[in-house]
Write a protein that binds this ligand. Structure first.
Ligand SMILES: [Zn+2]
Ligand SMILES: [Zn+2]
Length: 111
């Protein structure tokens, strides 16, 4: 009870606005953080993950952001899901220009 007799604000309005602001605060905070993460435009001067300087990439873009514990490979956000995991002896990176290497593997296998 206590302050139920106040003139300007009825208890109902008071509680309602309290709940409103209490809900709005964490939601805004989360949304702001999400927006920051989704935008990916903020590039830290020094990357917390790999320690590279000069604001070259966001944390999500960091080549050390994700690590595959099967093959030990590292890459940017989503790397573990994207990469073609080749554990053990045959660690072949399929990131692009490795066609020559791949042919070599085949030749070596046949010879
Ligand atoms: Zn980095
Ligand atoms: Zn892997």
């Amino acid at each position: 009870m206590g302050k139920g007799e106040d003139d300007d604000i009825t208890p109902e309005e008071d509680v309602a606005s309290l709940i409103k602001s209490a809900r709005a605060l964490p939601r805004m905070d989360l949304a702001e953080r999400m927006a920051l993460m989704l935008k990916e435009e903020w590039r830290p001067e020094v990357c917390r993950i790999c320690g590279r300087q000069g604001g070259q990439h966001t944390e999500l873009e960091c080549p050390l952001y994700e690590k595959c514990y099967t093959c030990g490979g590292t890459g940017s956000f989503g790397y573990v899901n994207r990469h073609y995991c080749k554990p053990d002896d045959q660690v072949v990176s399929l990131d692009g220009d490795n066609d020559a290497d791949f042919d070599l593997y085949w030749d070596a296998g046949r010879a």
